[in-house]
Every structure is written in C-alpha cells, then in structure tokens.
Design a binder for this molecule. Structure first.
Ligand code: CA
Length: 225
C-alpha cells in the first residue's frame, strides 16, 4: 500500500515515513501544499496523509482541489488544531478522517488501514431544490448562477432543510439539529435565522422557497419556491 505524506516539518515528515514504513506502508513525502497536490494528482496512492498548516497551499485547499477534480483518494488530515470546527471544516471539504497531533503511529496506521479497506468514497453531490443549490463539500450556495454568502449557522440551517425537501419541520426539531441540543437557545432563534436566510435565498430573487407552515414549523419547497 502506497501512501503520500504531505508535511512541511522535515523531522515530523521523516518520523512519519519511518513510523508508517515500520507498519508496512510504502511512503512518499511532499513538503508543501503545491508539491503535495501535484504528487497526489499523479495518482498511484492508496491514501494521503495531509498536514493542515502547509506552505504555499494549506491541507484544506489541497483536499478541496482534489475533490473538485473528482479525485476520491482516501485522505486523512493531520492537524495540531483540535477545535470541533476545524474538524468539521476538514470533513466538509472532503477528507475521510482526521487525527490531531500528537498521535501514535499505531493509531495512525490503524486509521489508514480502515480507510484503505473502505477505498475511495465519492462525497455527497450538490444538493438541489429547483435552482437553489447547496454544495456541502465546497460550502457554497447558489440561486441560479448567483453565489450567496451565508454564515455558518445559516448554512447549517439551509443544509438541514434542503436535505428534507417539502417536509414540514418543527422549530424544535430544527433547534435540536442545527443548534447544539444542549444549547440554551430558544425557539425565537430559529425564527430569527429563518428570516436571515429568506433575506438571502428568497427575497432578492422574488422567490418563496422557505415557507412558514403556521403553527407547525417550516418547509423548504423542493422546486425552489
Ligand atoms: Ca505543518
């Protein structure tokens, strides 16, 4: 099994190479994002271990570019960051797994073997409701050809609704899934964010995709409104 390790810190890269070779992997190294992307494109790798903080092109961008090019090689992201949002970013951009430094080579090798068993996985395609499109991997939203900028919370709300077209969803269900289940946020927050979202995805286009079902909740029209 051939693995590409993209890591700019030379000692760390050499240690990774040795550690993975000891676990039976053939390992090539790249020391910045541009070289990493180039080598990954050349193909021939069963998996890629990708550091986040890299010179020239970050690990997130390398991952994103490969997925945009329909390259589904399994990617494990390595990072010193341990925030939930960073993890979500990596996975949203199409990575398959995520490991925070410091880690043990035994764990890294086990995770890599799990990815190799699974093989290349196509990421979810772009979600549609009529001409309203949401791309979970690239975190982009479009109405027709027009790009729409959403905050992370607005994006999460739209993603939740667009995955359930024409379904009437209660405010409390939205709150539970889009906000932390234990957050003290009240139902008014849902109303407020539905309003924000309408001002971006509907009002400027004279449309009505995000509909209120009085006394019950909301529905995203499958035809885009
Ligand atoms: Ca680094």
């Amino acid at each position: 099994m051939r693995v590409l390790v993209v890591e700019d810190e030379r000692r760390m890269a050499a240690a990774l190479q040795q550690g993975l070779q000891a676990e039976g992997f053939a390992v090539d190294l790249a020391h910045d994002g541009v070289d990493g992307l180039h080598q990954a494109r050349e193909g021939g790798y069963d998996a890629i271990v990708l550091d986040v903080m890299l010179p020239k092109l970050s690990g997130y961008r390398v991952c994103e570019r490969l997925r945009q090019e329909q390259n589904w090689v399994p990617i494990l992201i390595l990072s010193a960051k341990d925030g939930e949002y960073d993890q979500a970013d990596g996975l949203d951009l199409g990575a398959d797994d995520y490991l925070t430094k410091p880690f043990s080579y035994v764990v890294l090798a086990a995770r890599l073997r799990a990815l190799l068993r699974r093989g290349p996985t196509r990421r979810p395609a772009v979600l549609h409701a009529g001409d309203l499109r949401l791309d979970p991997a690239r975190r982009r939203v479009f109405r027709g050809e027009a790009g729409i900028e959403l905050t992370p919370r607005e994006f999460a709300l739209l993603e939740y609704l667009i995955r359930r077209p024409d379904e009437v969803i209660s405010k409390s269900k939205i709150l539970e899934h889009v906000w932390d289940a234990y957050a003290s946020t009240d139902l008014n927050a849902v109303e407020v964010y539905v309003g924000y979202l309408r001002r971006k995805i509907d009002a400027p286009f004279g449309r009505n995709a995000l509909q209120t079902v009085r006394g019950v909740g909301y529905r995203l029209a499958g035809d885009g409104g």
